[in-house]
Design a protein around this ligand. Structure first.
Ligand SMILES: [Fe+2]
Ligand SMILES: [Fe+2]
Length: 330
């Protein structure tokens, strides 16, 4: 199913980095987690992370779960981890039944638009609407670079001219989005940081893995969020700005899937497996990421944690079905 139909389907239901090149690595940080786990959390870990029961949940998975919920970033590696989950009979979803303590290195999810490999984050850390819009403008500007980066790599690989042209058009869209979001942010007193990158010339293997996660899953999710804001934001200025932007982003997500089809046809079996794993991992974590984004995002967007998580679950199921079709066709 095409991305704009998946987005429409998910919304309708409501009513009823770069592994092989140092210069391409995403922003990272040292993290520590000390989190309680409720019965509902344990159920979510079992359901979404593929465990058979509570006894089989790994510390690593619980650490990922808790860190992503708190920070919206992903665990790169956990240097230490301690997990306890009690076999509590009769617990309600809110009952605290365990805890996880861990520390390690975390990486930023590229969740608000497609950023280039080698992206240097603009450090917009505030949570009010002006900060949020400034961050969006910063990331839209980064997306301009990302699409030119992909187009350049495709041109080096003699990829189909049609794919290269669509990447260049997407870059032009992102320039408009950066200008529009920047105007909204400045009108509220916040200034977007310019897009910056480390030197980075990704290979097709780098792009295949990055695109499977950042393009096929996270940019697609960003398209759905934009559609939601365009239709339901409490602030009319946001609705006016995001409605046309959402249509562009759905096209970009569709482009990501067409890029995926071409890229996995160009790379070796190990890279195809790594791309599939990256996509699976991003899909499994999307509901938790969606909840964290909404919980920490400005209320003016009109998207609460429960709604975001429900949207993400439905959308992820649709993307999984599409991934199965893509794998079958390749
Ligand atoms: Fe955009
Ligand atoms: Fe985009």
């Amino acid at each position: 199913m095409r991305i704009h139909l998946l987005i429409a389907s998910a919304l309708a239901a409501l009513n009823s980095g770069c592994p092989s090149t140092w210069g391409c690595d995403p922003p990272s940080e040292h993290f520590t987690v000390d989190a309680e786990l409720s019965e509902a959390d344990v159920g979510e870990l079992i359901t979404n992370w593929g465990f058979s029961d509570r006894a089989s949940i790994t510390c690593d998975a619980a650490c990922h779960f808790a860190y992503e919920r708190e920070r919206s970033w992903q665990v790169g590696n956990a240097d230490s981890c301690t997990l306890s989950v009690a076999p509590t009979a009769g617990a309600t979803p809110e009952t605290i039944v365990g805890s996880v303590q861990c520390e390690g290195t975390g990486y930023e999810y590229f969740c608000e638009g497609r950023r280039p490999l080698g992206h240097i984050d603009g450090e917009h850390r505030g949570h009010d609407l002006a900060d949020y819009l400034a961050r969006c403008a910063h990331l839209e500007a980064a997306s301009v670079v990302a699409f030119h980066q992909i187009a350049d790599a495709l041109a080096r690989a003699d990829a189909p001219a049609e794919l290269i042209a669509r990447c260049r058009r997407a870059a032009a869209d992102e320039e408009r989005h950066a200008a529009d979001d920047g105007a909204l942010a400045r009108a509220r007193g916040a200034a977007p940081a310019p897009a910056r990158q480390r030197p980075c010339a990704p290979t097709l293997a780098d792009l295949a893995i990055d695109n499977a996660r950042e393009g096929c899953v996270l940019e697609a999710w960003a398209a759905l969020r934009a559609a939601f804001v365009g239709a339901r934001a409490r602030d009319p200025a946001l609705r006016r700005a995001y409605a046309p932007l959402a249509a562009d982003e759905a096209e970009h997500a569709e482009l990501s899937w067409d890029l995926h089809t071409w890229l996995i046809g160009q790379v070796d079996s190990d890279t195809r497996a790594a791309a599939a794993a990256a996509m699976d991992q991003a899909l499994a974590r999307l509901p938790a990421i969606a909840r964290a984004q909404a919980t920490h995002g400005p209320a003016a967007l009109g998207l609460d944690g429960d709604t975001a998580e429900a949207l993400a679950r439905r959308f992820a199921a649709g993307l999984r079905a599409r991934a199965r079709l893509a794998a079958h066709a390749s």
